[in-house]
Design a protein around this ligand. Structure first.
Ligand code: ZN
Length: 147
């Protein structure tokens, strides 16, 4: 187990703009408020979305296209760094008109109405790097002197 500890900084409640792209809106907020690290969650609804499922044997993401209005029933994510840029990682549970749910790694979504709850973390920037074992971009603690 590798870990880092942080203090909680500012807390933000945000409303993403109608028809904006959810992940871009989140990263725009991060840059505008000069947030280095954060935890965030989103609730609301989207006009369409793309989720992804990571195929562990093929070491590839498989996209799940959802071309219909959906509720963001639940989500949870974090902001860290990748290739020198802020990177948003969000997993979401989306539900359709009948309450059927789709879940996974959120790639993109067009906002109908969405509330972003973001908690800034104060501490060292954590970078993602390619992990040989999983094929994923994972947090690297030791290289950055974090423990
Ligand atoms: Zn993910």
């Amino acid at each position: 187990m590798q870990s880092a500890s942080y203090r909680v900084g500012r807390a933000f409640l945000c409303r993403a703009d109608y028809r904006s792209e959810l992940m871009k809106s989140t990263l725009d907020l991060v840059r505008e408020k000069k947030i280095k690290m954060a935890l965030f969650a989103v609730i609301g609804s989207v006009a369409e979305a793309t989720l992804a499922y990571y195929d562990q044997s093929k070491r590839k993401y498989r996209k799940i296209r959802l071309e219909e209005p959906l509720e963001i029933a639940d989500s949870w994510g974090n902001i860290s760094w990748k290739d020198g840029q802020p990177f948003a990682h969000l997993h979401a549970v989306l539900s359709d008109a009948g309450g059927k749910t789709y879940a996974g790694h959120l790639v993109q979504a067009t906002v109908f109405a969405a509330e972003i709850h973001l908690l800034e973390l104060i501490g060292k920037k954590l970078e993602r790097e390619h992990d040989e074992v999983t094929g994923l971009s994972l947090w690297k603690f030791k290289k950055q002197g974090l423990k």
